[in-house]
Ligand binder design. Structure first.
Ligand SMILES: NC(=O)c1ccc[n+]([C@@H]2O[C@H](COP(=O)([O-])OP(=O)(O)OC[C@H]3O[C@@H](n4cnc5c(N)ncnc54)[C@H](O)[C@@H]3O)[C@@H](O)[C@H]2O)c1
Length: 345
């Protein structure tokens, strides 16, 4: 019997990744979907042969579920996750996992008490170029990482969301964070994982330069940001993120290490390029990085299903999501104060 899944929030990420990836896995089946957009949820349920609900609580009561994907607006993640955990389901929640540290702690606590798994959709860790980069770093071939620069820039959620420019992404109450919470949390999580270190301080600039709401006013959230980070062991680096890159999507990282430099996702043919200090060059052809235009399997649903089947805590669990969220909240605080701040986990 496949793992019985429900999906709460049936927008772009659910339709382009979670639902097809669960359905493609022989151990998973989507049996229910919930979304307040009645026409949307009915259509999706019809295609899947699943049950449709406009209220996730009614769904949790009515259905006998094993696992739930929480993939709606950021501000709803915490409540919908704890509701699903309390109903006895394992939960895969999209990033950012919550909008405050207290919410994230509550989610972790609820999962522990319910003895259910909580995974966070920080899928950058699973992209083939990043997996290769992690292997190379862990092998010691490049020595210690000294500094880094990481970039994630695309045209913004108005081109991605199922509801375009009218979506929750530009509503401060529903999103809570702009590009820093959307793309910044991806890159902070990636860097924490690649470095195997926690960030100690963060400073940065958050700006709204171009995105406008339905009334033509600049949105009340950041659409560009530049963050400076240091780890406790002295690695320094920057994170550059943007929702206003109207050219080709950028999703690349450069690591400057004792024995050379490594470029990830910056070459169209080779996912990882290493230039050693001694002049040698290593080109690694690995699978592609997913982009908004080019969706490749994220591996998230497979990893979650695998964890449930093998009764093993997911590697990208609530605590990992909490730490990455904490860095982002500290970055927002630093930008507001106009100074570098210590990150308190
Ligand atoms: N991991 C990634 O790479 C990635 C990529 C995109 C989005 N996301 C995350 O996924 C989440 C959803 O983003 P999206 O791009 O799919 O947004 P979207 O705007 O395309 O879809 C959001 C959906 O949520 C629904 N919704 C609104 N209120 C709801 C409620 N009360 N209950 C249930 N559903 C509700 C909307 O009707 C819509 O169908 C966000 O947290 C976002 O940060 C992650």
């Amino acid at each position: 019997m496949p793992i019985q899944f429900a999906v709460i929030g049936c927008g772009a990420i659910a339709q382009r990744r979670h639902i097809p990836e669960i359905e493609a896995n022989r151990y998973g089946k989507v049996v229910a979907v919930a979304d307040p957009n009645e026409a949307r949820v009915n259509d999706i349920a019809g295609e899947l042969g699943a049950e449709a609900f406009v209220d996730h609580k009614k769904m949790l009561k009515a259905m006998d579920l094993d696992a739930v994907v929480v993939a709606g607006p950021n501000a709803l993640h915490a409540k919908q996750t704890t509701d699903a955990l309390r109903a006895g389901c394992h939960v895969l929640v999209e990033k950012p996992m919550a909008t405050t540290k207290a919410e994230a702690r509550r989610m972790i606590d609820t999962a522990r008490k319910a003895r259910r798994y909580l995974m966070v959709g920080q899928n950058q860790r699973l992209m083939p170029p990043h997996v290769k980069a992690k292997q190379l770093l862990d092998s010691g071939a490049l020595g210690k990482v000294l500094s880094f620069r990481t970039t994630f820039k695309h045209p913004g959620p108005d081109g991605w969301s199922i509801d375009g420019a009218r979506s929750w992404f530009f509503d401060p109450d529903a999103a809570f964070m702009g590009v820093t919470g959307d793309l910044g949390v991806h890159k902070v999580d990636l860097m924490r994982w690649l470095l195997g270190q926690e960030f100690a301080t963060v400073g940065g600039t958050l700006a709204t330069v171009d995105k406008r709401d339905a009334r033509g006013r600049l949105i009340g959230l950041d659409d560009n940001a530049i963050l400076q980070l240091t780890t406790a062991r002295g690695v320094v680096g920057s994170v550059e993120i943007s929702w206003t890159n109207y050219g080709a999507e950028e999703n690349h990282t450069k690591l400057y290490c004792e024995k050379g430099a490594m470029l990830i996702g910056g070459d169209s043919e080779f996912g990882v390029v290493v230039d050693y200090r001694n002049g040698n060059r290593e080109l690694h052809k690995v699978g592609a990085m997913a982009s908004n235009e080019q969706q490749t399997s994220s591996g998230v649903a497979d990893a979650f299903i695998d964890a449930i089947r093998k009764k093993r805590k997911p590697a990208i669990d609530g605590v990992e999501g909490y730490k990455s969220l904490t860095v982002i909240l500290a970055a927002m605080d630093a930008a507001k104060q106009g100074k570098t701040v210590k990150i308190r986990y």
